[in-house]
Design a protein around this ligand. Sequence first.
Ligand code: ATP
Ligand code: MG
Length: 171
Amino acid sequence: MRLFLALEPPDELRQRLGELAELAQARCGGRRMPDESLHLTLAFLGEVAEERAAALAAWVGERSIPAGEWRLDAWGAFHRPGIVWVGGQTPDPELVRLHGSLWDGLAAFGVNHRPGHFVPHVTLLRRARRLETRSLPAIDLAWPWRRLSLVRSFTENDGARYQTLARSPAA
Ligand code: ATP
Ligand code: MG
């Protein structure tokens, strides 16, 4: 099954991010991420066998992570897949640290395709036609986080659907 480790936004922020996605779609086109799918990916694990997935779920369920607060104050775009996102003007050091420690831990599960660099971001649009984010309104949002989620991704015709398999204990 296809898995990733992520942070899920608190409800109020999820709603606010959904409004921003709506606004961005009006300017940039493309497909809007459904509100329930909005997340920050910390580690994309890819295809994982069922047995290993169960071990990963147990690991996440027992591992509390240090709490932090991510400041979202920038729009960005990844050109090739046409992604419009919100994130920080610079990568948040606490998230970069968490990303590193998760990848250290993942090695024990045989997951070793650690990426060279990490740009914490929340995807709002896919296949956007205009990647012009300068005209979008300035943002300054806080994302308090204290739990990690192990999420399964199902491929469906109109885009992926996600299911949370395990959450870490609240910090
Ligand atoms: P789809 O690929 O069907 O358009 P999706 O990208 O939302 O949908 P997945 O590909 O399963 O679904 O990805 C799950 C999460 O992992 C997303 O946040 C995605 O951006 C991220 N992700 C996917 N592939 C990689 C990768 N190779 N490296 C880093 N992150 C990835
Ligand atoms: Mg994908």
